[in-house]
Design a protein around this ligand. Structure first.
Ligand code: MG
Length: 439
């Protein structure tokens, strides 16, 4: 096999709404020159629109690339990602109800020898070569920044309460700059692009075992199935492609049918039925009494401490970092109950409860742990500083500064201290407003 041997892709794409969510906000695409996965973010703000808009921009790349250099191949990918970002923002400008929508994007553009990858967010690309799995992309997530700093392990990241928080996305006001890189491909390589609905619940050895089995279509279906069986509460999308020598004959699937490009997930659903429609899942029938509210916590090896799931909707908190607001709502209800004068007992109980609540906030430019409620009544303070720290708010990255300003909820005092420790690790050494995490 010489370096000049032309290669081609044998591909498959599968997307499933999963057992918990009511709609699929993932979109995927696989074609002879292009593989892509986008995971829409925004909950009520229509992440499905963001992911399908991105896919519709990206899929225009699916023709044999005519480029003079590998750098030009990267330029094509970068250009398409930026156009997708701009298009999503145009849609938001036209329709305010879409405000807050954005999407991850992981894309591979193939030229017959290599692939140019572009990546924003926490969908992933993997390479399976000679039975060995390598993760090609690095998540743009808060927990990845903690891993990079040696604060937590990969296993801890899988159950971290803020594991869903992504630091880059297409659409929205934040950082959108894609990671771009080239990979020379060999016959026998297998590529996987997937949303976090798969990678978030499948440890690498399991992922490698399932990915390595059968045709691309079989592997893609199996990956989606085992991710859902493993407890994924998210939409799951997997694009699998084999790199094969180009012998001039048509690429066919297991039934001998010639392959044609595949569009899956929200992008396919919105095409069929414009407007929001509940989606059924391939694996929905296996649903066994889950509530849709609980985030599964995978089994952990050894004595790794499983951090309890966050009580907020992970999709709501996924991007454009906001303070967890479900607890805030609960607090406001309690505050209102007190105002309505439901009696001294209720008020006393609420006060007692509030004294076991903690949040991390700001006072005089410093990060401070407060005890009490992160809510205000005119003229009444519902919280008091509990512990001052030496973390300077102005030396935190912008997104964390905003979160501190709004107050970061903590389940208890120890959790509040962990948050402070994480913030301390994110603090820039010198000037205010310095380095952003995740890249
Ligand atoms: Mg997801």
């Amino acid at each position: 096999m010489t370096a000049a041997t032309m290669l081609r892709l044998s591909y498959a794409a599968v997307s499933d709404v999963g057992r918990v969510r009511k709609d699929n906000q993932d979109s995927g695409y696989a074609g002879p020159w292009l593989l892509a996965v986008c995971d829409g973010v925004g909950g009520a703000a229509r992440g499905d629109i963001a992911s399908s808009t991105a896919i519709s921009q990206l899929r225009r790349l699916d023709t044999e690339p005519v480029v003079e250099s590998p750098d030009d191949l990267l330029g094509l990918v970068s250009g398409a990602l930026h156009r997708a970002h701009d298009r999503i923002n145009e849609l938001v400008d036209e329709d305010a109800s879409l405000n807050g929508t954005s999407t991850t994007a992981t894309v591979a553009l193939f030229d017959g020898h290599r692939a140019a990858f572009g990546h924003v967010g926490d969908s992933r690309a993997y390479l399976l070569r000679n039975g060995e799995l390598s993760q090609l992309t690095k998540d743009h997530t808060f927990v990845q920044s903690l891993i990079d700093d040696g604060r937590i392990t990969e296993a801890e990241a899988r159950v971290h309460p803020h594991r869903n928080l992504i630091l880059r996305a297409l659409g929205g006001p934040g950082d959108t700059e894609p990671d771009l890189f080239l990979l020379d491909l060999l016959p026998g390589d297998r590529l996987l692009l997937c949303s976090d609905g798969a990678s978030g619940v499948l440890p690498d050895p399991r992922l490698a075992a399932v990915l390595g089995d059968g045709t691309p279509a079989y592997a893609a279906i199996e990956l989606v199935r085992v991710a859902i069986e493993a407890g994924s509460s998210d939409n799951v999308t997997c694009v699998v492609a084999d790199v094969v020598a180009d012998d001039g004959s048509p690429v066919v699937d297991a039934e001998g049918e010639e392959l044609s490009p595949m569009l899956v997930g929200a992008a396919a659903e919105l095409r069929r039925r414009p407007g929001r429609a509940p989606m059924t899942g391939l694996f929905r029938a296996h649903r066994s009494g889950d509530t849709g509210e609980l985030e599964p916590v995978p089994d952990l090896p050894g004595d790794v401490h499983a951090i309890p799931a966050d009580p907020i909707d992970p999709e709501q908190a996924r991007y454009a970092p906001r303070p967890p607001d479900r607890l805030l709502w609960l607090r406001r209800v309690l505050v209102t109950l007190m105002l309505l004068g439901l009696g001294w007992i209720a008020a006393a109980a609420a006060w007692s409860w509030s004294q076991h609540q903690y949040f991390v906030g700001e006072q005089d430019g410093m990060v401070v742990i407060f005890r009490g409620l992160n809510a205000d009544l005119p003229g009444v303070s519902l919280s008091e500083p509990y512990e001052t720290t030496d973390v300077v708010v102005d030396r935190l990255p912008d997104h964390l500064r905003d979160q501190v300003a709004a107050g970061m909820a903590a389940d208890d005092r120890d959790r509040a201290r962990t948050i402070v420790q994480n913030l301390a690790d994110e603090m820039s050494p010198a000037q205010p407003g310095a380095a952003r995490t995740g890249g």
